[in-house]
Design a protein around this ligand. Structure first.
Ligand code: PMP
Length: 405
């Protein structure tokens, strides 16, 4: 699928053609996105919003068009609901600070899932510490999905927000977020969705989902690094205070009193990444040209194929085997005596054979504790991956396991 658009896929590693299976960490960029960055620096580079001169106006226009493109892509009601951030982590920190500032007090509760990325745990933990609030955790069912029934019993009249990932970055499990939103909303509790792994992988419209907040990263959806999104319903964002102070986010500044800008600028202190936004809009166009449904079907097919091929190798255990997962295959290998072969060793030997995977705790240590392993080996797919790359992974894994057994 459009593999030729991605120049880096022609690289070799240790003399072998690169097999890039670390897409949950970051995706590669099509030449359309790389060109958009060069084009913007060559032709429209000027600081935005403040300039009367032509270039500044052009750059402003393109940045705001990019915001509208994000709003359309995510299905937001208005571009005012789209805040440009540095990435998912930045979005979640912004929300935890800003929401926490006015909505959370001593004894209040925030609820997250057990399998969250640290980015969707630690900012809430910090908030809870700051405000003497309580962090509660939704347990997992045996199939690694969030236990919706348990969520019901976790919610109290002190619960202020529920924040969960749409897709687990570690296992690829697609979480029942519609159920989470329905249950939370029935108690008037807002929901934040960590969409880092879903935004580029599957069709999704925030208004249909009815989530209150949604966070994602450009670099995980074929766009540039350093730019991300926090979507928030306008009625929520209106209520929340700014996260950072500085230029752009103000209306008037006096030493006695400062007033703040309107949405979304209230949350965007300083010079924004106006080159990144334009390149992100190009990435979204690229995704939409292929179709999110097609990408999702393709990645799920690869996942099922990898499940079959990898789990047939002796000693290999795939987590969440056969379940509805989005483009991620996490596994471990065990010796005949049942001892774990360290994922780092497996990853290193795969790399020597040109296969790039991620190993470790994947920024989800509580989930690793739950699985009672120090880490896993994770292969994750993107639209350009092919079945023969799964075969290369499997062949390389067999070689690695022979060496490590
Ligand atoms: N949440 C999830 C589910 C993720 O996969 C990631 C990235 N691995 C993040 C949050 C953090 O994203 P970023 O590093 O782009 O801020």
């Amino acid at each position: 699928m459009n593999r030729n658009d991605f120049p880096i896929l022609d690289e070799t590693v240790y003399g072998k053609p690169l097999v890039y299976l670390d897409n949950a960490a970051t995706t590669q960029k099509p030449k359309q996105v790389i060109d958009a960055i060069t084009e913007a620096y060559r032709h429209t580079n000027a600081n935005i919003h403040r300039g009367v001169h032509h270039l500044s106006q052009l750059a402003t226009e393109r940045h705001e068009q990019a915001r509208q493109a994000v709003a359309d892509y995510l299905g937001a009601k208005s571009a005012k609901e789209i805040i440009f951030t540095k990435g998912t982590t930045d979005s979640l920190n912004m929300l935890a600070f800003s929401f926490g500032e006015v909505m959370v007090g001593e004894g209040d509760e925030i609820v997250v899932g057990l399998s969250e990325h640290h980015s969707n745990i630690v900012p809430w933990q910090m908030l809870c510490k700051r405000k003497k609030a309580v962090l509660k955790v939704i347990p997992l069912k045996d199939d690694f999905t969030l236990d919706i029934k348990a969520l019901k019993s976790l919610l109290t009249n002190r619960t202020r927000l529920v924040s969960v990932a749409h897709v687990s970055n570690t296992l690829g499990i697609i979480q029942p977020i519609k159920g989470v939103i329905r249950i939370a909303h029935s108690s008037n509790i807002p929901v934040c969705i960590d969409g880092a792994q879903s935004a580029g992988r599957m069709p999704l419209k925030v208004q249909e989902l009815d989530c209150d907040f949604y966070a994602c990263s450009g670099h995980k959806m074929y766009g540039p690094t350093g730019i991300g999104i926090l979507y928030g319903k306008e009625e929520w964002l209106d209520k929340l205070p700014p996260y950072q102070g500085g230029g752009e986010m103000i209306d008037h500044v006096r030493f006695e009193h400062t007033t703040y800008n309107v949405l979304p600028y209230k949350f965007e202190a300083g010079t924004p990444d106006f080159i990144g936004s334009v390149a992100l809009a190009e990435a979204l166009r690229y995704i939409e040209n292929i179709g999110r449904e097609n990408i999702s079907v393709h990645e799920q097919e690869l996942t099922r194929y990898a499940d079959r091929v990898l789990s047939s190798i002796e000693g290999v255990e795939v987590y969440g085997l056969g379940q509805s997962r989005a483009g991620v295959v996490s596994f471990n290998a065990f010796r005949q005596d049942g001892t774990l072969i360290h994922p780092f060793d497996v990853g290193t030997l795969l790399d020597r054979q040109g296969v790039a995977v991620r190993t470790g705790h994947h920024c989800a240590e509580p989930l690793m504790d739950y699985l009672s392993v120090p880490g896993t080996v994770r292969a994750s797919f993107a639209l350009y991956n092919e079945k023969n790359e799964v075969d290369r992974l499997a062949d390389a894994l067999k070689v690695a396991l022979q060496m490590l057994a």
